[in-house]
Design a protein around this ligand. Structure first.
Ligand code: FE2
Ligand code: FE2
Length: 326
């Protein structure tokens, strides 16, 4: 049974605790000595750890610690730049005899993967246009196994178990609401764009069944999920006999959804559904980052620096204020 969750760790505390490894590397410090730099986590958050003065023999054993492993850490909580950190005394990989409950270590989407998949699949079936419906339903069905556990990213937004489905589901709910307001939008085209826009993240990254990304694939590094997605649509369009214009519309939504060339989009959106797709994507990823960073913060306090939100420290509005304004 876990004694300490990351969210509750306080400076000066001595701990002996299990964590999941998010990142691990032996580095050389400014003093020329080697140290072990590790990012540890559990279902409540992440904390960085350092093991100082690593010698050659120790380096060998530390090199066996990999992303996704569960490790047992003995050490002390310290503080660095206002953030808690673990100064590691001893660290080893967990063994079967440690009898761990994996759900303590995995940060997961708050809804069950099956129910999120059923929602998205149900919505896809209601897409009126037969061609768009076929594309959405086919891609969901062919990718169901991996969709049930894949995160949406290695370390950015929705880097959690079933995070990609959670991202798609909330975007889809948003898409249907904005299509009610902006009635000129084609809700079927927009819904299809939402469902397919990140589908090749499944091939861009290698993730294990706990939703931890180990690395980007060769194709992922060379092409990225936008270009890979275009290839997927291209093949599917040929297979399903999609009219050329419809295939191009979907491919355009795919390549333009990151908007800027520096984020991988060679074209900016050229029709309203594509423009809307980009902003739905941004809104969902940004608000997720806000929710995630503010989760451990007590009302009236500030979060740590949030790298994905331009290193802002976010404020958690007091509950009294929220209740008053109702
Ligand atoms: Fe994307
Ligand atoms: Fe996305």
């Amino acid at each position: 049974m876990k004694q300490h969750y990351v969210m509750d760790l306080i400076p000066n505390e001595e701990i002996t605790e299990f964590f999941i490894v998010k990142r691990a590397e032996v580095k050389t410090g400014a003093n020329g000595k080697q140290y072990f730099d590790i990012l540890l986590g559990d279902k409540t958050g992440e904390i960085s750890g350092k093991k100082w003065d690593v010698d050659a023999a120790e380096e060998e054993s530390l090199s066996h610690i990999k992303i996704g492993d569960i490790v047992r850490v003995r050490g002390q909580i310290t503080e660095w730049n206002g953030n808690p950190q673990v100064r590691i005394g001893r660290i080893r990989r967990a063994s079967d005899s440690d009898a761990l409950d994996m759900s303590d270590y995995l940060k997961a989407a708050p809804e069950s993967p099956e129910s999120m998949f059923a929602y998205i699949r149900g919505r896809a079936e209601k897409i009126k246009d037969t061609d768009f419906r076929m594309v959405a339903v086919t891609l969901l069905d062919r990718n169901k196994t991996r969709l049930l556990y894949y995160p949406a990213a290695k370390s950015n937004h929705h880097a959690i178990f079933a995070g990609l489905l959670y991202h798609i589901k909330r975007m889809l709910m948003l898409a249907d609401r904005i299509a009610e307001i902006y009635t000129s939008l084609d809700e079927g085209l927009l819904a299809t764009g939402v469902i397919i826009h990140d589908i090749d993240k499944l091939a861009e990254m290698n993730a294990d069944e706990n939703g931890t990304v180990h690395e980007y694939t060769f194709e992922g590094q060379m092409l990225g999920h936008l270009v890979m997605g275009v290839r997927t649509i291209d093949r599917l369009a040929a297979e399903l006999g999609l009219p050329n214009e419809k295939a191009i519309l979907l491919e355009h939504m795919m390549i333009s959804h990151h908007y800027e060339a520096e984020y991988g989009s060679p074209k900016k959106p050229l029709f309203p559904e594509a423009e809307a797709l980009h902003y739905l994507d941004m809104l969902d990823s940004k608000l997720y980052d806000f929710e995630d960073a503010l989760l451990p913060v007590t009302p009236g306090g500030f979060s740590d620096w949030v790298r994905t939100l331009d290193s802002r420290r976010l404020y958690k509005v007091t509950t009294e204020l929220k209740n008053d304004s109702k």
